[in-house]
Design a protein around this ligand. Structure first.
Ligand code: GRF
Length: 202
């Protein structure tokens, strides 16, 4: 049987991409990464994909006339490679309604905080600053807002008095790597339904 195909958008280090690749390689995830798209030509994520013979595409924002052009090119790359869902694994650009509408309930993001707390940039720093005792990560479908779409799953980690942004980020990242693969497994088994704001397990 043909495996279900995902497209991954990544801007940087790509450790979440690597976790997905590892879980495909060890048989935990039964799907295929059809393409990795990056807005950064030097993203480590691209190197990781190339090492695993996964097709890569760079869409440089600076080379695009505007945001619509940028997002149209990303959309085309995903469609050319037959991606059924878009996974944002450290993709550092906000997607506009133009793109989100095309992929409604088909864009999955990972955020390093327990949403709706601490959306946007530097979520781990925001958590430390606020003084919360627990934080974690959230995997969610993307809507037109910032980190505001229906939540698929969350994982919790403690925040210790002596935590720095670095130590908390590392603790959360470990959970991110598990969380995204768990969400993708549910998706690949067609278990995710969306009812209004809620994700329901079918
Ligand atoms: C992760 O913390 C993710 O939650 C956030 O950006 C970071 C990306 O890390 N959106 P990596 O590129 O997957 O290593």
């Amino acid at each position: 049987m043909n495996k279900r195909k995902i497209g991954v958008l990544a801007s940087g280090r790509g450790s979440n991409l690597q976790a997905i690749m590892d879980n495909i390689a060890n048989g935990t995830l039964d799907l295929e990464i059809a393409v990795v798209v990056s807005d950064k030509p030097d993203a480590k994520a691209l190197e990781r994909a190339q090492n695993a013979n996964i097709p890569t595409v760079v869409v440089d924002r600076k080379a695009c006339s505007d945001k619509i052009d940028f997002e149209t090119k990303i959309d085309s790359a995903l469609k050319e490679h037959n991606a059924e869902v878009v996974v944002l694994a450290g993709f550092m650009r906000l997607l506009s309604g133009f793109f989100v509408e095309k992929w409604q309930h088909k864009i999955i993001n990972i955020h390093p905080a327990l949403l709706p707390s601490f959306p946007g940039l530097d979520a781990q720093g925001q958590a430390i600053e606020y003084g919360v005792k627990f934080s974690g990560c959230t995997v969610h479908f993307v809507d037109e807002g910032t980190d505001s779409g229906p939540i698929i799953l969350q994982k919790v980690v403690p925040v210790f008095d002596n935590d720095t942004e670095e130590t908390l980020s590392a603790r959360i990242l470990e959970e991110e790597h598990k969380a995204m693969s768990e969400a993708l497994k549910l998706w690949s088994l067609d278990k995710l339904g969306v009812e209004g704001r809620k994700v329901i397990l079918k």
